[in-house]
Design a protein around this ligand. Structure first.
Ligand SMILES: [Zn+2]
Length: 133
């Protein structure tokens, strides 16, 4: 299992990590809710926040991932913003990315820097397109 938080910036990437999650989709603590609350799966019963790096286990099927996240990591930037991924402005998203980088500074490799640059360029392109239209 790859525990590089930078690989889980997007909800879809996090969602994919929950293939073997312990609870079914009908439960409150399902994989989609987990991914929305910033978690990616690190085992059938444990998950890590891609921003603050907090690892939580002992999940119960009726747990609300947002509530648990806030309870155990109130300082987390992702918890503080508490937004759907689609509601983020580019600026907010960049701040979030910077936080992810800062929080795992000692683990940052050249790969991440390159990915970050690619992401910045694609966002810049998007912004420019938006400005033109
Ligand atoms: Zn967090």
């Amino acid at each position: 299992m790859n525990n590089n938080n930078f690989d889980y910036l997007f909800e879809l990437q996090r969602l994919k990590s929950f293939k073997n999650w312990q609870f079914s989709k009908s439960k409150k603590c399902n994989e989609r809710k987990m991914a929305q609350a910033g978690f990616y799966c690190t085992g059938s019963e444990s998950a890590v926040c891609f921003v603050c790096g907090k690892e939580l286990d002992g999940w119960e099927e009726e747990d609300d991932p947002w509530v648990e996240h806030k309870k155990h990591a109130p300082q987390c930037s992702f918890v503080k913003m508490r937004k759907k991924e689609t509601d983020y402005t580019v600026k907010e998203f960049v701040i979030l990315i910077e936080t992810v980088l800062k929080n795992q500074e000692e683990k940052v490799h050249m790969d991440d820097v390159m990915k970050f640059r690619e992401l910045m360029y694609s966002m810049r392109d998007k912004l420019q397109k938006n400005c033109r239209s």
